[in-house]
Design a protein around this ligand. Structure first.
Ligand SMILES: Nc1ncnc2c1ncn2[C@@H]1O[C@H](COP(=O)(O)OP(=O)(O)OP(=O)(O)O)[C@@H](O)[C@H]1O
Ligand SMILES: [Mg+2]
Length: 293
């Protein structure tokens, strides 16, 4: 492990990340094997307390990048650094320590929560998996976490199927927060939710960030959602980051042709509408967030 000179505000860095998959070409199982570069030299920096959105069309390498950064997948080349430390090849206890810092929330809450486990068992699993004590005991720990994500703490003995989609996603968020991470990777975490429920979960994520200073690597295909969440944006195309920058300026004046195409695919929003929408969103944030959807 090496430590390099760095900006202290930068928590997580990917440098020259590459991930190849061997895939079959046309002809199914009999097809010729070829190497697909899903991620092709990606550099990204995630700062403390900020949201970096990854956007780009389907297949551009967003999820693969997220999985590499969270060490759910090993890189073919390049490296991932957390607080200046190379975590690319960590294993055992050191990997557990890294997992306590970087957690993931997935798109489909129901498929990522074990249907046969209670909420209490689900949210304490990451701690038990790491061989850590559950602070204050499983029941009270779970109740506290459930309150933090806007769930009724009396429901800690229930099973995922007894919750709505939005509530289930709150359980997924609670599980991610259980180990006390600083970075939460949200891979289309709000994409499968109805619009009103989506707004509530976005408000929750923003409040948690305000209060606890989490950094989010936030993947969403809906650029309206990205505008509400992101401080900075990296635009991916064919495995590469083609443009990155401050969210507002990137949307206002995209430099790369591909970014313009991506933005043109969604209805244009006039600045004055946008200001009004933001004001409404701020009002709603406090009002809606307590919602139990
Ligand atoms: N395990 C895998 N084996 C083979 N190919 C893969 C694997 N995972 C991803 N790929 C391929 O890598 C490319 C990038 O996939 P990835 O899931 O990262 O894209 P994405 O930007 O997240 O897309 P989406 O918006 O549809 O979620 C795609 O061509 C995909 O088919
Ligand atoms: Mg994806």
């Amino acid at each position: 492990m090496t430590t390099t000179a760095r900006d202290p505000a930068v928590l997580l860095t990917a440098r020259g990340l590459v991930r190849e998959f061997t895939v079959r070409g046309q002809g199914g199982a009999l097809g010729r094997r070829r190497v697909l570069r899903a991620v092709d030299g990606v550099d990204v920096e995630l700062r403390a307390g900020e949201t970096l959105a990854l956007v780009g069309e389907s297949g551009s390498g967003k999820s693969t990048t997220a999985r590499l950064v969270a060490r759910l997948l090993d890189a073919t080349a390049g490296r991932v650094e957390f607080q200046g430390e190379d975590v690319t090849r960590l294993s055992g206890a050191a990997l557990h320590r890294f997992r306590s810092e970087v957690q993931v929330v997935f798109q489909d809450p129901f498929s990522s929560l074990n249907p046969r486990h209670t909420v209490e068992r689900i949210v304490t699993a990451p701690l038990r998996y790491q061989g850590r004590q559950v602070p204050g005991g499983a029941r009270s720990f779970t109740r506290t976490l459930m309150e933090r994500v806007g769930l009724d703490p009396n429901h800690s003995g229930r099973y995922p199927a007894q919750f709505s989609g939005g509530q289930a996603q709150r359980i997924g968020i609670a599980r991610a927060l259980a180990v006390g991470p600083r970075v939460v990777v949200c891979d289309e975490a709000v994409s499968a939710l109805d619009v009103s429920v989506q707004a509530q979960v976005i408000a929750l994520l923003r409040r948690l960030q305000r209060e606890e200073g989490y950094s989010y690597l936030f993947i969403a295909h809906d650029l309206a959602v990205v505008r509400q969440m992101a401080h900075r944006v990296a635009v991916m195309h064919e495995g590469r980051v083609v443009e990155a920058g401050d969210c507002a300026s990137l949307f206002a004046a995209p430099r790369h042709e591909y970014t313009r195409t991506l933005l043109a695919a969604v209805p244009r929003i006039r600045p004055e509408w946008e200001a009004a929408r933001r004001a409404r969103a701020r009002e709603r944030e406090t009002a809606e967030e307590g919602g139990t959807a």
